[in-house]
Design a binder for this molecule. Sequence first.
Ligand code: NDP
Ligand SMILES: O=C1O[C@H](COP(=O)(O)O)[C@@H](O)[C@H](O)[C@H]1O
Length: 501
Amino acid sequence: MSIDTGTTSTGYEPIDFVLFGTLGDLARRKLLPSLYQLEKANLLNGGTTIVGVARQDMSEKDYAKEVKENIEKFTSEAICKDTWKRFSERLDYVQIDMKNPEDYKKLCEHVDVSRTMVCYFATPPSIYGDICQGMDAAKVIDPSVRVVLEKPIGHDLASSKVINEQVAEFFDEKQIYRIDHYLGKETVLNLIALRFANSIFATNWDHNCIDHVQISVAESVGIEGRWGYFDDAGQMRDMVQNHLLQILSLVAMEPPTTLDADSIRDEKLKVLKALRPINASNVAEKTVRGQYVSGFVRGEEVPGYLDEPDANEKSTTETFVAIKAEIDNWRWAGVPFYLRTGKRLPNKTSEVVIYFKRQPHNLFGDSFATLPQNKLVIRLQPDEGVEITVMNKVPGLTSSGSMDLQKSKLNLSFSEAFSEDRIADAYEKLLLEVMIGNQALFVRRDEIEQAWTWVDSIRAAWDASNEPPATYQAGTWGPVSSIALLAREERSWYESKVLRK
Ligand SMILES: NC(=O)C1=CN([C@@H]2O[C@H](COP(=O)(O)OP(=O)(O)OC[C@H]3O[C@@H](n4cnc5c(N)ncnc54)[C@H](OP(=O)(O)O)[C@@H]3O)[C@@H](O)[C@H]2O)C=CC1
Ligand SMILES: O=C1O[C@H](COP(=O)(O)O)[C@@H](O)[C@H](O)[C@H]1O
């Protein structure tokens, strides 16, 4: 089916956007509201259609009603009548049991194979193979089709290879867009601009100038009713294997030759390959895993992980991970990258903090016994921005002739510096990139597999150790051993501002 609402002309050809799993949590909460926002910003091509696929029997009218309700619920603003009118005209629905190849014939009545088709698999990865086979049986696959795969791709290296192979049987790597939604966050993308558009950073970005790097992705939420999924995954698979390693790669990669997809992905892959393996011989020294017990998060009492609904009270799944990662290459020799992520921490904050080396000699002994390190704090979320701590002379006259120093901050807050009234959600950016056909912000198969290789080795060492995770109270920054991970190297975690309710 193709329509022309005649409203928008964008830089890409009209497409048929097929959303498998359209009634699921991700589609309802993120994908459909993001498509709606693209409509509102006039970024959906006039001829583009949105075909929802799920196994429930539902009329087009009821589907549109359901979509509208979800947009109202998950978009923090009143729905705009004109935008909704244009958006609703694009919506179409088809009932398919994705495990039944016969059912996919119905799809042919809803898409126009002469146009580009984008197929978003918002379903469990275990049925990606079934969807590919069904599409093949319905003869809707050709080289112009793009498929979007949600994370996690697998549970470990072996299972990710199986899923990647199932999809590769029908689609070339150039057609596959693997989502890591952190790559769609404005501030994560800004890492590339900050590093490569500013010579002050470009020339100071290595072991000569940088002491260490901290990457923290803290969440105040717990398991949010996803115990079954989460207990199988744990924070390592849920957050480190993908989001934290992608951020680390962008911070540590060499300048890509251009901004094209493979130039960037080649450089990220080299970083992942250079990560020093962590195994049974060094896992205790380089990693900490934790599990929260009950406590208070922003003044509210919350249950422990083992007391969450549906919990198995013997679970040893980690809800917190801290790692000292090292990159064995010329640029980063001797510079640790400390990673930290957890559920039920005091706040939702994601930050990259670059600690520069101290001055070799202190001229200002009277003010400071040791001069503090300059820090570059890149706030990924919330209060997106960049902050540099510098030392300044305190203005004023002194009779002793000494110079008093004070630590000050140069703070760039995106909300104050830029006139945008809202920062686009990561999914808006990524959906638009798929429609344009740019793979730069999507993860290549070899990156995913390399990340699994590193993570699997840590997980195997944890399993072999038989040590349970250390506990931490909900609302704190993780187990004390995480503080010790840095303290024994005379360092400490950057203290994020804790937002109060
Ligand atoms: N939810 C989130 O915040 C995030 C999700 N993801 C990933 O996104 C994907 C989707 O997750 P989520 O939306 O949470 O999952 P849900 O279980 O909520 O949704 C999956 C959808 O797929 C449908 N489905 C499953 N099997 C079939 C089948 N045989 N035939 C037809 N439809 C089927 C389900 O239909 P039915 O309702 O009928 O069972 C449901 O609509 C997963 O890969 C997940 O890991 C990634 C990051 C975050
Ligand atoms: O992929 C995931 O990410 C979210 C955190 O994403 P954010 O954009 O809110 O920072 C996490 O809660 C979830 O467990 C994980 O699957």
